[in-house]
Design a protein around this ligand. Sequence first.
Ligand code: PAF
Length: 289
Amino acid sequence: MKIIRTVSEMQNLAFSFILENKTVGFVPTMGFFHEGHVALMKQAKKENDIVITSIFVNPLQFGPSEDYEQYPRDEEQDIMNAKDVGVDILFIPQTQDMYPNKMVISMDIKDRVNVLCGKTRPGHFQGVVTVLSKLFLIVQPTRTYFGRKDAQQVAVVDALIKDLNFPVELVTLPTIREKDGLAKSSRNVNLREDERVDAPWIYKALEYGRQVVVDGEKNPAIVVKEVLDTIDNHTNGKIDYVELLSYPELKPVSTVDQQVILAAAVFFEGARLIDNLLFDRSGEIVKHI
Ligand code: PAF
């Protein structure tokens, strides 16, 4: 495995892969790999000649009061894991190289961001699409891999690729969970012991909400209330949101009669956790988006 730390070296190599007609699978990450990341890298490995993973904790997507400094980092361990999975190139750029000057261009996102996490994280998705546009232009991937745990991010990246004609195919994989249902996340390590006990209730509550739909309930407000009450009754976390929206458009629906996302975010002292389920009008989990 080759480790590349400069933008220019990465971009030159990317151009050489295009000339050699090699397909490139790209897994952009902020590091501190868990099984979710590993699953993305393994899938990329199956489908491409070359696998490139990036590690870059992107300051642009963190708000001033968010956890940029506390975001967990372990480069040495990540390097070992990436090597084990068979990643060909690990791209670890420096902030100074990615953002040498204050950006003159900013990307305005008109839709899909004023709901869910976008509501309480102003500028977050602007930071995400900015760094991803840069990374796509540096890495020149054939396919890019994202976990559906960050379903709003997937919806925004889907729009980014289509709106700007990035010649890259978006591949998404299902959320990987702990045995007790908690969605794997780099932030889980920051949970207190008692919070870690409460945390799986986010998933259990969403599953309960989905079951209510399976049982015939079509009113989103009733489904959302069931989820809110379940989280409230079983955790000491502060609920940021529970929402049920069309997917990937992320619009309010008056009845569950299409593909939807049922999503929740909960503040614990140690970390803010998110989770979601994507399902169709009968409550059947969606496997491909
Ligand atoms: O999902 C993430 O880890 C980040 O948002 C991403 C896609 C790597 C962009 O910084």
